[in-house]
Ligand binder design. Sequence first.
Ligand SMILES: O=C(O)c1cc(=O)[nH]c(=O)n1[C@@H]1O[C@H](COP(=O)(O)O)[C@@H](O)[C@H]1O
Length: 236
Amino acid sequence: MHPAKIAPRDRLIAALDLPSVASAEAMIDRLGDSVTFYKIGYQLGYAGGLTLAKQLAGSGKKVFLDLKLHDIGNTVARGVESVAGLGATFLTVHAYPQTMKAAVEARAGSTLKILAVTVLTSYDDNDLQAAGYRLSVSDLVEARARQAQALGVDGLVSSPEEAAALRKIVGVQMNLVTPGIRPAGSATGDQKRIMTPARAIAAGADYLVVGRPVMEAADPKAAAEAIHAEIAEALA
Ligand SMILES: O=C(O)c1cc(=O)[nH]c(=O)n1[C@@H]1O[C@H](COP(=O)(O)O)[C@@H](O)[C@H]1O
């Protein structure tokens, strides 16, 4: 979606990183209308979360299925076909050319958009080197963004640290979705490339993915509203 057309309150994507459908439903109740867009990843997805994803999408919430697919092309394509009918808005795949190509072809005819995960936000240059890469994080993110764009991928997942450079490369054609969001004063945890919500929006991020700072807050709804306030201020 063109960045200017994204409703400000849809820019916060709350990661339902919770152990069960019951705990996720309780959190969704608690968050009420403070969250319009939910992400379901490994933890909840493997615990019945795909059924919940379908229900959430049916109830009018937007859903990001964070399955981070990466396999041989045929397996990726068949997997994408299986989730395309759930009503989700976004699905992640790792940014490998065969994987991206298969996912883009398999989502044709559905409303599902494919996001390519460039370099995980828990990685820095040393982590990439340890994984066998010779490129820096920023060079690999940019190389993968160019490949994703050439293959017709709908959006990119990166740290907000790369958002401004990515916007120059992909323009407004691809949505920039950024985890690694930490409101001032919140614990970093295992994230290495982080920014506050306001700085991420100012850097050009379209959507902010936030997990623990909302899910583990004493008052999750207040935490989500504080992020909305930062987003609104940065957009103004
Ligand atoms: O694809 C993702 O959403 C993702 C990519 C990435 O590079 N880094 C990253 O943290 N994520 C996800 O974003 C969420 C961030 O959670 P918190 O660190 O708790 O805010 C988690 O659900 C991660 O799986």
